[in-house]
Design a protein around this ligand. Structure first.
Ligand code: GLU
Length: 296
């Protein structure tokens, strides 16, 4: 078993991160497996070396050890670009200059009728820029240089039926889930994916990649067999499974764990500095106290 903890160095680790990291670590250790650390720093604006240093410090203090080397996504931008280039040549991407406001406006135009719907990656894109789509497959049209103005969106259409697995009742995408309350064989059809996910951005203009593309490629490169992470990413897993099929990568087993909430029942966020591990440390808590607080 190979698990990983994949924080973004954009703020302090809090109790929710501690739970995720300890659970992924404990699951691997219980099986004599390997625990990995990956630094998800594609957001060059918000990622800071001091937060990264704090991540190492907090995780060491918690008693976690991981196999070296640690993978940093900022070292992998060339790889992401090569994969985007391949998808572009295969005709699965198109450039899009819509702002969030454009998307909102297109979705709330009277002819659309319905309220804008949110998918796992924000508002479901209405397909405004699909007309800019290069031929399918893409006979040598060059991909726009990146990073620049345009995002690159995945053309999620009926072609995907060829990537789905034929089952009684229709072709589906699927993955194994072992998280509490979600456990089982999760399956969804291409039509459901088109309706609930839509044309997500695989390269954002400011990063030249996206969380979804990078996480899928890195889990495969690192040989991760069990992805352990918060239940807030359960729906996004559908995007990841589709990308794995498109890129001919294996689908790991997913374990989406419960979220650690504050006293008001709200999920902890990076800005909840009061719950930062470093704050508890400074107040004299021990790693055992942290384990007890998150119910491990
Ligand atoms: N960098 C992501 C986060 O901090 C990791 C998500 C994942 O584990 O896939 O939320």
């Amino acid at each position: 078993m190979i698990t990983r903890f994949a924080p973004s160095p954009t703020g302090p680790l809090h109790l929710g991160h501690a739970f995720s990291a300890m659970l992924a670590h404990d699951m691997a250790m219980a099986e004599g497996g390997t625990f990995l650390l990956r630094i998800e720093d594609i957001d060059g604006q918000r990622s800071k070396p001091e937060w990264e240093a704090q991540i190492y410090d907090d995780l060491h203090w918690l008693g976690l050890r991981w196999e070296e080397p640690v993978l940093s996504q900022s070292d992998r931008l060339e790889t992401y670009r090569t994969v985007l280039e391949d998808l572009w040549q295969r005709g699965f991407l198109y450039p899009c200059n819509c702002t969030r406001r454009d998307i909102q406006a297109a979705l709330s135009a009277p002819q659309e009728g319905a309220e804008p719907r949110a998918g796992p990656d924000g508002l479901i894109y209405p397909g405004t820029c699909r007309h800019a789509k290069p031929p399918h497959p893409n006979h040598g049209t060059p991909m726009p240089p990146m990073p620049e103005n345009a995002a690159l969106r995945l053309l999620l259409d009926a072609h995907f039926i060829h990537l789905a697995e034929p089952r009684v009742g229709g072709a589906v995408f699927g993955f194994q889930e072992t998280g509490p309350g979600l456990r089982g064989d999760i399956a969804f059809t291409v039509e459901e994916a088109i309706a609930t996910i839509g044309d997500i951005a695989l390269a954002r203009p400011d990063f030249g990649t996206s969380y979804h593309l990078s996480v899928v490629l890195d889990d495969a490169t690192q040989g991760v067999t069990h992805v352990v992470r918060g239940a807030d990413l359960f729906e996004a897993t559908k995007i990841h499974v589709i990308l794995q099929k498109l890129l001919r990568l294996p689908t790991p087993i997913y374990h989406h764990h419960r979220l650690i909430r504050d006293d008001q029942g709200k999920r902890l966020a990076k800005r909840d500095d009061a719950r930062a591990i470093s704050k508890y440390r400074a107040d004299g808590a021990t790693p055992a106290d942290i384990r007890a607080m998150v119910g491990l």
